[in-house]
Every structure is written in structure tokens, then in C-alpha cells.
Design a protein around this ligand. Structure first.
Ligand SMILES: [Zn+2]
Length: 87
């Protein structure tokens, strides 16, 4: 063996690994570990999905599909109409 990281070490360095801030040797160790370890591969997959979701959530409104923006406009117009007579 060539000093592969343990599952706990992989888990604790996973975010750094994904951000690419780890030194080459550590990255390599994690990659080799994941090739043999389903648990850590699963963790990596879940974190990838999460970070993709997070990116979608903070995407600018302009990136929303036209249907969604049209629906939003519709709702806003309806709300304005509702408030109309009272104010
Ligand atoms: Zn593992």
C-alpha cells in the first residue's frame, strides 16, 4: 500500500478535493481510494449533486425559463389587480 487516505480522511477533504485546492498527491490518493470504495464514491456523487443544485438556486433570474417568468408576471399582475380597489 502507498499510504492511501482512510474514509474519514477522504470525507473531510472532499470539499477541498472538489474545489481543486488539494495538493496533487492528496487528490491522487482520494481518487484511488474512491476507485475502490463505494461509500466515498457515493458521498462524492451526493456532494456533486448538491453543488449543482446550489448553483441553480443562486443562478440569476434571467436564467429562468421563459415559461417561469411568464407565470411569475401573471401572478404579479393578478396580485396587483386584487389590491387595486382597496388602495
Ligand atoms: Zn472510503
Amino acid at each position: 500500500m502507498m499510504g492511501l487516505p482512510t474514509c474519514a480522511e477522504v470525507a473531510s477533504s472532499m470539499t477541498d478535493y472538489m474545489e481543486g485546492t488539494l495538493p496533487y498527491r492528496k487528490r491522487l490518493g482520494i481518487r484511488v481510494h474512491m476507485a475502490m470504495c463505494d461509500a466515498c464514491t457515493g458521498l462524492h456523487q451526493r456532494l456533486l449533486k448538491l453543488s449543482r443544485l446550489a448553483k441553480e438556486l443562486i443562478a440569476p433570474p434571467a436564467a429562468a425559463p421563459p415559461e417561469a417568468r411568464a407565470a411569475l408576471d401573471h401572478v404579479l399582475t393578478a396580485l396587483k389587480k386584487d389590491q387595486g380597489p382597496d388602495r
